[in-house]
Design a protein around this ligand. Structure first.
Ligand SMILES: Cc1cc2nc3c(=O)[nH]c(=O)nc-3n(C[C@H](O)[C@H](O)[C@H](O)COP(=O)(O)OP(=O)(O)OC[C@H]3O[C@@H](n4cnc5c(N)ncnc54)[C@H](O)[C@@H]3O)c2cc1C
Ligand code: FES
Ligand code: FES
Length: 468
């Protein structure tokens, strides 16, 4: 049994006795008595449990939901909780002072979480732009104060860089083999070691950011015999631009990949900004999203429409699978036993092709999609030359709309010529009725997204559409 080592509020901290599936939230509150960090939902939605993490030397602090992390994920990191923000003389941190001065707190339950989100926003050096402030605070809920004074406090601190410094992230070389038979946590540092572990242990469960898997420990209070983290494998965190496209390692977080994806496909970037909250995107990965193979996983339709490919690896070598073939059913993938996702390849935009991604949900922020639609389309001489259309939320798995694609090719690119898109889509999908949307709504919205694209590309989108 190894020892977990990390910095906690600037002090070296060691742990060797806690179960590997204990959440960081429980650890802080129950085991260490650091009750400033609050529990609201225990499923990543409210932000009351927000802490700040710096993973590697030179990284700035980013937010994370402590309810979704397990303690061994902290190994090698520097962790700050609200208790660690005050100055050495006990003076309030400027973020705390700003909340006091703007009357940004009432019952105070949400306040530590907001403080940590505002602290990370300040540390990021982002300008005091309202869109960035709203994005930074979208993962935190307040039931009583109202958001105006909280946003006011964030505007103040964004303009004033923090003078406080925090201890650098420790250099931890060892790879933890933590826990005992029955509940063990491994964190290999090479792909070969990872492949060997998966070959030797058929019960191993891979862990990337833990924003899906973490719910098992946090909400369902389950344990797993063997968790294998990929977060310490530098090759899997790599993002590389090649002549033909972008390679995104399976351990690269959404926020690390975002600027690279946004530069190629702004619309895909905008969709990623709506996946969960910053707290979620600081941990979660595209690799985890596609491995989970949820019918409403937001990146899957985008990757299908873009013609992306997934490289998977095991002890016998690597193979590359087109994204469409990677998803094989409801929460099923083409991964064979012993295989893991190594990277996702996104081809560069093709000349003359337009790509657009859409997420339809009840709320703009922090919401699960009712429908996700992505289109890669080529127009010439007023006609639709080709379209790759992929949808999520329309069936048990995300999929291309082949009937729609075939029927639309060659038609005039006008609203009139598109005709009865709902009937075409009904040949591709039989959507379900559920609490997120009715089947009829799903078909209508899926069709209307094609109409909207047509209006936008023809430059005659009504003003109301442009604000959607
Ligand atoms: C509050 C909240 C909001 C969310 N909002 C959204 C949203 O808006 N849109 C959306 O699509 N999703 C959303 N999610 C779901 C989740 O954040 C995403 O699916 C995310 O991409 C999962 O990535 P991860 O790295 O956290 O995966 P993990 O939880 O670490 O793993 C998920 C699954 O993938 C497997 N896995 C991970 N990496 C690999 C690999 N390299 N090879 C093989 N298998 C692997 C794991 O074993 C596990 O089965 C949300 C989740 C929460 C808690
Ligand atoms: S307790 Fe609500 S996000 Fe963690
Ligand atoms: S101050 Fe009461 S929940 Fe925000």
């Amino acid at each position: 049994m190894a020892v977990l080592r990390f910095l906690l509020n600037g002090r070296a901290h060691e742990e060797s006795r806690i179960s590997p599936t204990t959440t960081v939230l429980d650890y802080l509150r129950i085991h260490l008595g650091l009750t400033g960090t609050k529990e609201g939902c225990a499923e990543g939605d409210c932000g009351a449990c927000t802490i700040a993490l710096a993973r590697r030397t030179g990284d700035s602090y980013v937010t994370a939901n402590s309810c979704l992390l397990v303690v061994p994920q902290l190994h090698g990191a520097s962790v700050l909780t609200v208790e660690g923000l005050a100055g050495p003389d006990g003076a309030l941190h400027p973020v705390q002072q700003a909340l006091v001065e703007t009357d940004g707190t009432q019952c105070g339950f949400c306040t530590p979480g907001f403080i940590m989100a505002m602290f990370a926003f300040q540390e990021s050096g982002e300008p005091a732009r309202d869109d960035l402030i709203h994005e930074a605070l979208a993962g935190n809920l307040c039931r009583c104060t109202g958001y105006r004074p909280i946003v006011d406090a964030c505007r103040r601190i964004a303009a004033t860089p923090s003078a406080q410094t925090y201890a650098p992230v420790p250099r931890v070389q060892d790879c933890p083999d933590y826990g005992e038979t029955g509940a063990r946590f491994l964190a290999p540092t090479t792909m070969d070691d990872l492949a060997a572990i998966l070959a030797a242990h058929t019960n191993a469960q891979l862990l990337a950011g833990g924003t899906d898997l973490g719910l098992l420990f946090s909400r369902e209070r389950k344990s797993l015999p063997l968790l294998v983290s990929i977060a310490h494998i530098p090759d899997l965190a790599r993002i590389a631009s090649t002549a033909s496209g972008l390679e995104i390692g399976a351990a690269a977080t959404y926020n690390a990949a975002l600027p690279h994806i946004e530069a190629l496909y702004p619309s895909f970037g905008s969709l990623i900004r709506r996946i969960g909250s910053r707290q979620i995107r600081n941990l979660g990965t595209i690799g985890g999203n596609i491995a989970n193979a949820s019918p409403i996983g937001d990146t899957i339709p985008c990757l299908m429409a873009l013609g992306a490919a997934v490289t998977v690896r095991s002890t016998v070598g690597a193979r590359t699978i087109p994204m469409e073939e990677f998803i094989t059913g409801y929460r099923k993938t083409a991964l064979a036993p012993g295989e893991f996702i190594e990277k996702i390849f996104l081809p560069k935009p093709q000349p003359g092709e337009t790509f657009t991604a859409n997420k339809i949900s009840k709320r703009f922020d922090q919401d699960i999609s009712a429908v996700v639609a992505a289109f890669a389309i080529r127009i010439g001489g007023g006609k639709l030359i080709s379209i790759r259309a992929a949808y999520g939320g329309m069936a048990a798995q995300a999929a291309r709309a082949h009937a729609l694609e075939t029927e639309l090719a060659g038609r005039s690119w006008s609203l009139e010529a598109l005709g009865d898109l709902e009937s075409l889509l009904a040949r591709d999908f039989t959507p379900a009725d559920d609490h997120r949307a009715s089947a009829q709504y799903r078909l209508s919205v899926a069709a209307n997204l094609v109409r909207r694209l047509c209006l936008e590309m023809n430059g005659n989108a009504p003003a109301a559409l442009e604000t959607l």
